[in-house]
Design a binder for this molecule. Structure first.
Ligand code: NAI
Ligand code: XMP
Ligand code: K
Length: 531
């Protein structure tokens, strides 16, 4: 805008703010509002995860063993995002998690109960929380479904010692696992059924038990409007993490066979000879498989991995909520600066950037995307959801789920047999902590709300898409400032924080490190959604 012919200078263009020798986290910077000439619904958040993978929403779940297994991967894909299955397990176990997510059509994983024909049902407990028990030759999901025993039928049974084959309903009604949610819903309604097993057409395996209550619950989640993430194979897209050691080549084979659509080379400092060689190996061996390199935080690191052939870069070092890398290794970068710097280089080469770590609210997502990222990767933001691995516990009256860094001693010890094969004699120094996050309900519910909040942020900035945000930033139209309010707030320790610092020898002495991490973890309040 011009006044008396001279442009009004206000705030800083990104280019100037990020070149003054300071390293900024998301909370250190704030955008100045721009001009609105479209409604919130006109904002589109569709994006690219890698050179070849398109997503409807810019959300990716972290490859961590307290964040992404089948249920998270399945639900993220259903939402139009993507989940990266962790590799703190055997290659066969990781492959099974990928297969499990990819074999489903609706964002739902149940835990059906199975018996063999000669088994008996001794008590109510045998049903757990299921409305029925399935009968197969093998007593598990892998063989043909022979019959079903509904809880209500078992109740009225006089001889409870009889084998289930004596009283099961033979050839029960089933629905194909390829049914969409709408098809399952109308199937249940038209047949007046309370539940139905979903059976694979390929091998007859019982995949899930869906009840009318499940269908109603899933149908009740807010609609995002975008398409789910479906690969060329027609299945949900699922990503997988892996390392850069020799045995990871074998793991890669398992991942490819399981149908992984993208692999992420998981390292805190990706600019290494090991990673460059692994990127080249992946591209050489599986030219159609996209590979994400990282983590990087500088233009130099980024250039090396782009040259090696990375199809996307994962950005962030020391930015995660459970992270202690900056304290332990004195290396890292403020995440806002890292995302801006790496994106500036990556964009010139057409390589999308994944802003990894440090996302605690929808505003952080807006900042990451506007500063140049194409997607955000989230750990703590998702770890309290129903879809994250682990069970809910109670701490001080709050329902919580465990969340731990993959560099924490606990996670390293769990994976040491497989991941750090041969390294077991080496000294291990933790670069992460073990903590907990509050129950947030289903990602199917809170991610749509979060995306709506992100759209409102984009609208305030006058950006109707990721590309337009990036263009506005580059052309110096979008302005920012450093916001000191957050720096002060960071110093205040929030009450009611829950953290177990695994390296703690003396319980009364909570180290400075765990305090910092505790503060981060406690900042993770669920998105405000009035449902
Ligand atoms: N984003 C972040 O700021 C951080 C993330 N983490 C997470 O913690 C976990 C562990 O991270 P890292 O310690 O970086 O794991 P890493 O496996 O990349 O590195 C462990 C060590 O092994 C070395 N190494 C890697 N490939 C090798 C090969 N082929 N031969 C010999 N040595 C090799 C590395 O150079 C490094 O010294 C990851 O899940 C990572 O994402 C950990 C710290 C910081
Ligand atoms: O310094 C670290 N020590 C760890 O033990 C660790 N484990 C995971 N990560 C990284 O943190 C990201 C998730 O961060 P948020 O919880 O903030 O989303 C993840 O996506 C990782 O990049 C770690 N960083
Ligand atoms: K390291």
């Amino acid at each position: 805008m011009m006044m008396n012919g001279a442009p009004i200078e206000d705030g800083f263009p990104a280019e100037r703010l990020f070149n003054q020798g300071y390293s900024y986290t998301y909370d250190d910077v704030i955008f100045l509002p721009h001009f609105i000439d479209f409604p919130t619904d006109a904002v589109h958040l569709n994006t690219k995860l890698t050179k070849n993978i398109h997503l409807s929403i810019p959300c990716v779940s972290s490859p961590m063993d307290t964040v992404t297994e089948s249920s998270m991967a399945l639900s993220m894909a259903a939402l139009g995002g993507l989940g990266i299955v962790h590799y703190n397990n055997l290659a066969s176990e990781q492959a099974a998690l990928i297969r499990s997510a990819k074999s489903r059509r609706i964002p739902f994983i149940s835990d059906p109960i199975f018996k063999t024909p000669s088994d008996s049902i001794d008590s109510f407990d045998d049903f757990a929380s299921s409305p029925c028990v399935f009968v197969t030759q093998s007593g598990n999901s892998k063989s043909k479904l022979l019959g079903v025993v509904a809880k209500s039928d078992w109740e009225s049974l006089s001889d409870k010692d009889a084998p289930v084959s004596d009283y099961m309903s033979a050839s029960p009604v089933t629905a194909p696992s390829s049914y969409s949610l709408e098809q399952v819903a109308s199937f249940l309604a038209s047949k007046k059924l309370g539940f139905v097993p979903l059976v694979s057409e390929r091998d007859g395996e019982v995949l899930d038990l869906v009840t009318t209550a499940d269908v109603e619950r899933i149908c009740g989640f807010p609609k995002l409007g975008g398409l789910p993430s479906i690969g060329k194979d027609g299945d949900f897209m699922v990503g997988a993490a892996m390392g850069t050691r020799e045995q990871d080549k074998e793991r890669l084979e398992h991942l490819v066979k399981a149908g992984a659509n993208v692999v992420v080379l998981d390292s805190s400092q990706g600019n290494s000879i090991y990673q460059i060689e692994m990127i080249k190996y992946v591209k050489r061996t599986y030219p159609d498989l996209d590979v994400v390199g990282g983590n990087v935080v500088t233009a130099y690191q980024a250039q090396n991995l782009i040259q090696a052939g990375a199809d996307a870069l994962r950005v962030g070092m020391g930015s995660g909520s459970i992270c202690t890398t900056q304290e332990v290794c004195a290396v890292g970068r403020g995440q806002a600066t890292a995302v801006y710097k790496v994106s500036s280089i990556a964009e010139q080469c057409g390589v999308p950037v994944i802003a990894d770590g440090g996302i605690a609210n929808s505003g952080h997502i807006v900042k990451a995307l506007v500063l140049g990222a194409s997607t955000v990767m989230m750990g703590s933001f998702l770890a309290g959801s129903n879809e994250a691995p682990g069970i809910y516990e109670y701490q001080g009256g709050r329902r919580i789920k465990k969340y731990r860094g993959m560099g924490s001693l606990e996670a390293m010890t769990k994976g040491s047999d497989v991941r750090y094969l041969g390294d077991s004699a080496k000294l291990k120094v933790a670069q992460g902590v073990v903590g907990a996050v509050a129950d947030k309900g289903s990602v199917l519910k809170f991610i749509p709300y979060t995306m709506q909040a992100v759209k409102q942020g984009f609208q305030d900035l006058g950006a109707s898409s990721l590309q337009s945000a990036h263009d506005l930033l580059k052309s110096r139209i979008l302005r920012l400032e450093v916001w000191l309010r957050f720096v002060q707030e960071q110093l205040k320790l929030k009450a009611g924080c829950m953290i177990w610092y695994t390296m703690r020898r003396n319980p009364s002495e909570i180290s400075k490190l765990s305090f910092r991490a505790a503060n981060h973890v406690c900042n993770l309040d669920p998105v405000q959604c009035d449902i």
